[in-house]
Ligand binder design. Sequence first.
Ligand code: FMN
Length: 328
Amino acid sequence: MNRFYSLLKQILFKFDAERVHDLALKILSLPSVPSSLSLFSTAPSCPVSLWNLTFRNPVGLAAGFDKNAVALSAWYELGFGFCEVGTVTLLPQEGNPKPRIFRLVKEKGLVNSMGFPNDGAEIIAKRIAKWKKKNCHHDFPIGINIGKSRNCSIEDAEKDYLESFRILYSAGDFFVVNVSSPNTPGLRKLQTPSLLEPILTSLQKENIKLGQKPLLIKIAPDLNENEIFNIAELTSKMELNGIVATNTTMHHDLPEGGGISGAPLYNVSNRVLSLLKKKTENKIALIGVGGIMNKNDYLEKIKLGSDLIEVYSGLVYNGPNFVRSLLA
Ligand SMILES: Cc1cc2nc3c(=O)[nH]c(=O)nc-3n(C[C@H](O)[C@H](O)[C@H](O)COP(=O)(O)O)c2cc1C
């Protein structure tokens, strides 16, 4: 399978990255495809219990890969222990102009400026609910990453997140509040505690009313130590269940713009993870994401304090056997 993917990759990498991605999702969402994937990639079982949920293993698909939740069975069959769909916004939106994903082949990285293209909360909630009704995978939680709509101002962000959260609530097993993607104007500003606190307060209030599902935030790798500590403090004050660390980095001078993921992000996101571990003292769960390209990277993320990990670029560079190779 690995040799096959190396050959296939040589062809795929000749084409536009987003077109290849869309084609892959189309194929993976065909009803007959997922069951044939399990022939190659059944992952060993190493369950994790967290927030009253069971994850059949700690390796999840990171947000952005399956924004619209169209290929959930495929992720299950490829061996993932969970999947974070989204980023989902209140209404459907198209995102930034294309091209907006570029490969950094030598560095094993990606640069993207997607800007949350997605089908919107209503459609995605229905899609996940329908999938769950057909597929009883109780050890494969579905996280939903929610983001601010592009046309919503910072002042209206609280209402915007809350409305998406309400619509998606019954479909998700846990929720991630995304305040860290670099491609929606103003979004990262929401990491400032004075702006973040009202959003988290109203989400938690609603969450308690609706049944208290795990609520997390996803942060950027480009925060300084002080900012990271402030977020950790707020997270514990708000009684959130965890932090996803991290999103893509903007620390580069490439002409493409957008955020970098993959191998160049590894050390940058590990720095954030270590600081969070120090500050949160095991009181809050951490999902480590950023630059996991092989088993050693995965083990190091766990050693640094991740309860779960997620991958995106590693799957692009390593192919369908990637999850099994991490867990073997
Ligand atoms: C093309 C692309 C699209 C992404 N879209 C999202 C997104 O919609 N929401 C989000 O929170 N993160 C998004 N991410 C960030 C990933 O979830 C992840 O945090 C980042 O890629 C680091 O992981 P990696 O090094 O394994 O790729 C995206 C990443 C890429 C490469």
